[in-house]
Design a protein around this ligand. Sequence first.
Ligand code: TYD
Ligand code: MG
Length: 467
Amino acid sequence: MSKRNLSFVCQNCGAAFSRWQGKCEACGEWNTLSEEGGDRPAGLGRKPGRGRLFALEALAGEAHDAARLPCGIGELDRVTGGGFVRGSVLLVGGDPGIGKSTLLIQAAAAMARAGHRTVYISGEEAVAQVRLRAERLGLRDCNVELAAETAVEDIIATLSDGTTPRLVVIDSIQTMWTDMVEWAPGTVTQVRGSAQALIRFAKKSGAAVILVGHVTKDGQIAGPRVVEHMVDAVLAFEGEGSHQFRILRAVKNRFGPTEIGVFEMTGAGLREVPNPSELFLSERDLGQPGTAVFAGIEGTRPLLVEIQALVAPTSLGTPRRAVVGWDPNRLSMVLAVLEAHCGVRLGGHDVYLNVAGGMRIQEPAGDLAAAAALVSSLANAPLPSDAVYFGEVSLSGAVRPVAQAASRLKEAAKLGFKGAIVPEAARGERSEPGLTINEIGSLASLVADIAAGGKARIAAKTRGQYG
Ligand code: TYD
Ligand code: MG
């Protein structure tokens, strides 16, 4: 009898090694390896047989749209790309307490109301707790079938009995375990095994399955990053704990564009926010030095957000750079460009940058707004409170055009903004009634504009800051 095939699996990325080591060579994390039974390669020792022949098809063949089941919660349907796809598996990740269970019990209730058989399996809470939450949300009368179970084989057997449910929620995948692997629930091998079994069930039965996954501090879906590759769509539920806004972001979607949906956590559960731009702009901060409005795009939807910067003389040897909601590397880059090409010296200043409302900006189009906020704070010169900014800053100091300028401008005009500071366009497609468009070609000219605006104050305060 051959010795069992032991291996050490990284709990962060799922890479397997034959011996223990302190650092995972695959993802670079420390102390994440633990001993688990590696998947025994199936058919080891068997002679390779002749493969079965199958027919190849033309790309031009007939395509049929995925059958979708909209749940009726508009923001959720938008993120899934128009509804849950039958036979698909969706992973919803997020920090503990962010509202995953709340969102999914609301979705389950909405599906049940629409007359679909819906099953909610909780591995974390007792049935009574789930009921209590549903009662608080006013969903007590909905025909959602509940169970507190963690054994995947039992769950699949139960679900396969009788009419196939249209929607199955598994809360959470980390609590599930399968007989096929012997390791403890929560380990990568268990999570992967359980997810595989549930995915197989979804494909076979045509039910849409939603898996809930916990997220680690650094934003990865804990342990089972492997699961992200196996499922059809990955939705990240984000938000700053102290804000009531929640953003459901499609990180991956095999059936649609990667959109975002915006919710507000209220005493009666999650409420849709159909016009999020209004939410991310605070009336009080606009017109203050260091505040710029960025006209962004999330998925296909334009979204105005406020970027706040604070630049203050440092009392430390190494000045601080702190960012919330934006990429620290891009901040370093923008600061370097300001320094190298615009003569703005920030080496003796602490720099703080914050995206208001708990939003996270990922597109490079935010560079210009961030730079404007930084310079505005340094010069103590407020930016016009009725103007938006967008544009990518290149290392040479040029401001480069970005995609979907027209819909950014349209959103700004819709919300009553009067001006837009934008990159010079290659083509003259820029016009929006009611909006004065100010095209700039380089970051240096933006700095000059802001400095000129706040000249009176600058003269006294920051003499010598501008080269
Ligand atoms: P929950 O859905 O249990 O989070 P998760 O499943 O992601 O861990 O949500 C928990 C938080 O949501 C909790 O701190 C209380 C808050 N909450 C409300 O503010 N209003 C509500 O109606 C509900 C049900 C929860
Ligand atoms: Mg939960």
